[in-house]
Design a protein around this ligand. Structure first.
Ligand SMILES: C[C@@]1(CC(=O)O)c2cc3[nH]c(cc4nc(cc5[nH]c(cc(n2)[C@H]1CCC(=O)O)[C@@](C)(CC(=O)O)[C@@H]5CCC(=O)O)C(CC(=O)O)=C4CCC(=O)O)c(CCC(=O)O)c3CC(=O)O
Ligand SMILES: NC(=O)C1=CN([C@@H]2O[C@H](COP(=O)(O)OP(=O)(O)OC[C@H]3O[C@@H](n4cnc5c(N)ncnc54)[C@H](O)[C@@H]3O)[C@@H](O)[C@H]2O)C=CC1
Length: 215
């Protein structure tokens, strides 16, 4: 069975400094670890064998490793656990232990024994676009993610930084709520992305134009 017909509630989790345990060190574990590290989680991998890339990350001190078979004590303090071994028995065991402790648990071979699943994600600086099929077709999620990567290019990183900075300025300098909203809406109608793409982007000039003051 590939799905339990759950309707999931999408959230963005702050994992900065949080202990996260990945059980298993294969191809799937490597992908999950990469995403956890990107989110600045404190990751521990538990697995007798790991991929060459995980091994490199261990040598660089990017995460910790317990190079043994799973034991429930290894994940007792974790905030989030991912069961990613190639053994259904071990993965089930990880699920039972983690669920009993109320931990966030993702069992990669069984959405029914997971209290969260992981979407395919496009990241452009502060912009995240997450795609999920509720487990029905991870490959379709990948295909849509790849299409979105074409549509939302690297220029969005600078664009979002600019919009974020403008929003702080507006919150600081414009007292009237309606006027704040008007400015934040107007900026989206300007071709800022076009100016980033053709190299004519000028942040200060845009701030001046939108706020009427030199920054
Ligand atoms: C439920 C979920 C739980 C979870 O893992 O969170 C889950 C479950 C399962 N995946 C399986 C297979 C594959 N998954 C991928 C790829 C990805 N899978 C991801 C997420 C999810 N996969 C969650 C639902 C996401 C959603 O649909 O919303 C992505 C998006 C995110 C990530 O993993 O980080 C990542 C792409 C990252 C990217 O590129 O952007 C590929 C392709 C590949 O590996 O190259 C295959 C092989 C093709 C195939 O089988 O379809 C199997 C069968 C395993 C078996 O055969 O034993 C199960 C178990 C089952 O279905 O029961
Ligand atoms: N959710 C997803 O995105 C996907 C899930 N899968 C599922 O993920 C699972 C793992 O797939 P791969 O990473 O490709 O397998 P793999 O064969 O590359 O890696 C398996 C890992 O499990 C470890 N392991 C085995 N027994 C263990 C134990 N007792 N304790 C700790 N670690 C142990 C091994 O050392 C190895 O590192 C499979 O069950 C597959 O069905 C497969 C593709 C995608």
């Amino acid at each position: 069975m590939s799905t339990d017909n759950s309707t999931y509630y999408p959230i963005l989790l702050n994992l900065n400094g949080k202990s996260c345990v990945v059980v298993g060190g294969g191809r799937v574990a490597e992908r999950k670890i990469a995403a956890l590290l990107e989110a600045k989680a404190k990751v521990t991998v538990i697995s007798p064998e790991v991929t060459p890339i995980i091994s490199e990350w261990l040598a660089m001190g990017k995460l910790e490793g317990i190079m043994e078979g799973y034991d429930s004590q290894y994940s007792s303090d974790a905030y989030l656990v991912i069961a990613a071994t190639d053994s259904t028995e071990v993965n089930e065991c990880v699920y039972i232990d983690s669920a009993a402790r109320g931990q966030l648990i993702n069992r990669v071979d069984c959405p029914e024994q997971s209290n969260f699943i992981v979407p395919a994600v496009v990241r452009r600086g502060k912009l995240s676009i997450a795609v999920s099929t509720d487990g029905a077709s991870p490959l379709l999620a990948v295909e849509i993610r790849q299409k979105l990567e074409q549509e939302y290019g690297e220029e969005y990183e600078l664009y979002l930084d600019f919009l974020g900075e403008l929003r702080l300025l507006v919150q600081d300098q414009v007292l009237e709520a309606q006027e704040r909203k008007r400015i934040l809406k107007t900026v989206l109608e300007l071709d800022v992305l076009g100016s980033i793409r053709n190299g004519s982007f000028n942040k200060m000039r845009l701030f001046e134009k939108l706020l009427g003051v030199a920054k």
